[in-house]
Ligand binder design. Structure first.
Ligand code: SAM
Length: 286
């Protein structure tokens, strides 16, 4: 069904199916008709690709994805939307809807079963209450993905795509850069959604790397160090890590020095290879 970004069409569907927005599920649906085609085109929805969508809403993006890609698997947590989707997406035979919480399903299995012989990408207008956990889950699982293209709140997008060494960076920045090359594609104003959120959004794409940085012997420990390093804003690496791990500053300082770093260094000043060296040295020290 076309016109899914038309407010009157949306209102009619809601009335017919007795649907109302759930704020807790981050339901801000796209009503700007130019946005979904752009996400689909820049998100690898094309021949030879299978697309995973997270959060269908009434299917406005799903429709654009299904027109372009070989297959779409769309995960939607809200079962009240299932009858709506049956109506709005009925002309597409290449869509499978999974009614589930995306954080609780086995995406490796889904990719294997549903996308044989296809490249796979994620495209979504993400629910804002769970943006970072979803992105981290997709990256950390090492799913065989080409790219992840998602709409997020503007500030979250800036943090996710921040350069190493910049003021905006946080633990999630390091994690994103460990697994991918991130880029902000375009901004989307709050008026493009119904209901309108309080802030503007942007669409970001993570181009998943074939190889992660060398030298990490224990990925779990590495990310524990990264999270610990940013656990206390504006503190030094030494203080933050010592307090996050509940250990003596002496051993942390030893690892900092062994990595050739200054004892006063702040976590946002470290480059990726310095995080790797520090994490390996800390592991050997404690
Ligand atoms: N794609 C639609 C659009 O652009 O209009 C809807 C986007 S809306 C921002 C987010 C959607 O994600 C909602 O439909 C919501 O019900 C769904 N959602 C929220 N939490 C979810 C979860 N944990 N797993 C799967 N879907 C979820």
């Amino acid at each position: 069904m076309e016109n899914l970004s038309n407010i009157n069409v949306i209102k009619e569907l809601f009335e017919k199916h007795g649907f109302s927005f759930s704020k807790t599920l981050g339901q801000n649906f796209l009503i700007n008709p130019s946005v979904c085609p752009k996400i689909a085109e820049q998100g690898n929805a094309k021949k030879g690709f299978g697309i995973i969508e997270i959060g269908t809403g009434i299917g406005v993006l799903t429709n654009e994805l299904a027109k372009r890609a070989d297959k779409v698997v769309a995960v939607e947590i809200d079962e009240r939307l299932l009858p709506v989707l049956e109506e709005t997406l009925c002309e597409h035979k290449n869509i499978k809807i999974i009614n589930a919480d995306v954080m609780k399903i086995n995406l490796h299995e889904i990719i294997q079963d549903e996308f044989k012989g296809l490249n796979v990408a994620v495209c979504a207008n993400l629910p804002y209450y769970i943006t970072s956990p979803i992105i981290m889950m997709l990256l950390e699982q090492r799913l065989p993905l080409t790219s992840i293209t998602v709409m997020v709140q503007k500030e979250a997008g800036q943090r996710l795509c921040a350069k190493m060494g910049s003021r905006e960076m946080g633990a999630v920045t390091v994690a994103v850069r460990y697994f991918s090359e991130p880029e902000i594609l375009f901004n989307v104003s709050k008026g493009s959604f119904m209901p309108a959120p309080n802030v503007d959004s942007c669409v970001v794409r993570f181009n998943v790397k074939d190889k992660t940085p060398e030298g990490v012997t224990d990925e779990k420990f590495f990310f524990k160090v990264v999270r610990g390093a940013f656990s206390q804003r504006r503190k030094t690496l030494s203080n933050s890590v010592a307090s996050a791990f509940g250990i003596d500053k002496k051993s942390v300082n030893e690892a900092i020095e062994k990595s050739g770093l200054s004892l006063n260094i702040r976590p946002e000043a470290l480059r990726m290879e310095e995080f790797v060296a520090f994490s390996e040295n800390l592991k050997a020290t404690i």
